[in-house]
Each structure stands twice: as structure tokens, then as C-alpha cells.
Write a new protein. Structure first.
Length: 294
């Protein structure tokens, strides 16, 4: 009899332990999908002009119509705390499956009040019938839309080239024979031209990193991977679009030769409605010029 009572108590204890673990995981997941954070990245190089030493670039990616506070108040406050010199938005500002243009534009209005804001499209904009309307509204607000466009940023007489590469889904939905990489290569080389200034590229797709390296881009801001959606300890992201399981480029800084690429984990979710161990983030990248004696 005593043995049965002991076994019963043990079973109840294990059941409560399991319940506590499951409850903890649920709380952790809910918190981890709303606890916005800032990830700081430092990039140094001799090609960075001295006038751009210390330049602060805040990156927002893959918002997917997520809203943090009324009119994005929490997101805008966190972005403002970064004290950026410029803001870059690297695609999927909206979600093609549950589009809310007003929510996207509310964020854009807040961003341009903080700093000059530059935007490049993602694959969800490429699926959006109202993209023309979104682009016009963004430009009216003051966002600089870089659809296959290059321009010069100038500080104190020195310049860097800023390029925006439109998402390849605007042109080609499938990539059976590597057409997307070839297309991106051709566009980039045309946009870069013969000028040899430091080059910053905004491009939604991190899986094209080898193309960016081949073209000699100095710095890339990218997103799309959502940090691998579910991040596993000591492993990283589990799955990412266009990369599949255990993606090579899911989060953080990647360097190959003279090319650095920062991949944002993004802020919102899309097909999979939640992320695990993968807090939404704003990336704050700070440039450091070796020409200033670093």
C-alpha cells in the first residue's frame, strides 16, 4: 500500500514538473516574440572614409506588419534610443498574406522623424498588388526608396556609395538554374559602375552573399532569414526561406575577404506565426575607419 502511495505521489510530482516546464516554455516563447532588442555590430576597414568614422546605421528588417505599441510607439522609441545617423529598412515591411499599409506607413512616419530613412523591397512586396501604392506613399512621407538604385552619401566632403537591390521575386519567382544569382550579379555591377568608393548594399537576400563578394561590395545589410525562426543552443537557426534547414546565413555578421554582411533576425513573423529563442531585433551597426588611426 505504501509503495502505491509513493508511486502515486511520484507520478503527481512528475506531472507538475512537466506542467511547469511546458508553462515556462510558453511564457519564454511569448516573451521572446515581443521583447524587442538592439544588437550592436562594429565594422572596421581602411576603405571606410574618415568622415564616416563612427557613423551609426540602424537596420529594421522583416517587420511583416507587426506592431509594437500604439502607432509603433515601442519600436520607434527603441529605434530613437539607438541615435542613428541613418536608418535602413531591408524588405518585408508588409506581409503579403495580411497586408496593412497603414501600419507600415505609421512606422515609416516615425522613422523619418529620427533620421534619413532608406528602403529596399523584400519578397513580400514583390507579391503585393498594392506595391505601387506603398512605394508612392513611402516617398511622400520622405523615405528614400532604392529600387535598383545607387546614390552617394556625402559627409564633410567624403562619399560612400549606397545601393538598393530590389528583391529578385519582382523579376523571377523560381531559381532552377541559378538565374537569380546571375541576375543579381549583372544588376550590381551595373549599379556600382567604375567608381571605387566604399559601397553599402541594401539587399533582402542573404543567400546571395557569394554574389555580393564576387562583385566587391564592402558592406551588405540583409534580412529574410528571420534568424532561422527557431534558434537552437550551439546550433543556430533551424530553417530559413531559400536556404532550407540549418541555414548558413541566419543572423549576425559574416565576413569574406573585403565583404561584410550583417543579417538581421528581423522583427515580425509570416508563414510561421511565432519564433523560439529568437528575439526580434533592431541592428545598430557602427562604422570605424582605419584611416583615422584605428
Amino acid at each position: 500500500m505504501k509503495r502505491k502511495v509513493l508511486e502515486s505521489k511520484r507520478a503527481i510530482f512528475y506531472a507538475w514538473m512537466l506542467f511547469a516546464v511546458l508553462l515556462g516554455m510558453i511564457i519564454w516563447t511569448v516573451w521572446g516574440n515581443t521583447a524587442l532588442m538592439v544588437s550592436t555590430v562594429d565594422v572596421s576597414g581602411s576603405r571606410i572614409p574618415g568622415a564616416f568614422d563612427g557613423l551609426r546605421i540602424a537596420q529594421v528588417s522583416d517587420l511583416h506588419n507587426a506592431v509594437f505599441g500604439k502607432d509603433h510607439a515601442k519600436l520607434i522609441h527603441k529605434l530613437s534610443e539607438c541615435e542613428p545617423d541613418i536608418i535602413v529598412i531591408t524588405g518585408d515591411l508588409v506581409d503579403a498574406e495580411r497586408t496593412d499599409l497603414d501600419a507600415a506607413l505609421d512606422f515609416a512616419k516615425g522613422a523619418v522623424e529620427i533620421a534619413d530613412t532608406y528602403y529596399v523591397t523584400g519578397n513580400h512586396e514583390a507579391c503585393l498588388p498594392q506595391y505601387g501604392e506603398l512605394q508612392t506613399a513611402l516617398e511622400r512621407i520622405g523615405v528614400i526608396v532604392l529600387d535598383d538604385v545607387s546614390m552617394q552619401l556625402e559627409y564633410h566632403g567624403e562619399r560612400v556609395m549606397l545601393i538598393g537591390l530590389s528583391d529578385p521575386d519582382f523579376t523571377r519567382k523560381r531559381d532552377i538554374l541559378g538565374e537569380v544569382s546571375a541576375m543579381a550579379d549583372a544588376k550590381l555591377r551595373e549599379l556600382m559602375g567604375e567608381e571605387d568608393s566604399y559601397t553599402i548594399l541594401l539587399s533582402h537576400r542573404p543567400e546571395l552573399f557569394e554574389t555580393y563578394v564576387s562583385c566587391g561590395v564592402d558592406l551588405v545589410f540583409s534580412g529574410h532569414a528571420h534568424g532561422g525562426q527557431f534558434r537552437l543552443p550551439f546550433v543556430g537557426g533551424l530553417i530559413a526561406p531559400n536556404q532550407g534547414l540549418f541555414p548558413k546565413y541566419d543572423s549576425g555578421l559574416y565576413v569574406d575577404g573585403g565583404t561584410s554582411m550583417v543579417v538581421s533576425r528581423g522583427i515580425g513573423n509570416s508563414i510561421i506565426p511565432f519564433r523560439f529563442n529568437n528575439r526580434p531585433e533592431i541592428v545598430l551597426l557602427v562604422l570605424h575607419s582605419d584611416s583615422n588611426g584605428r
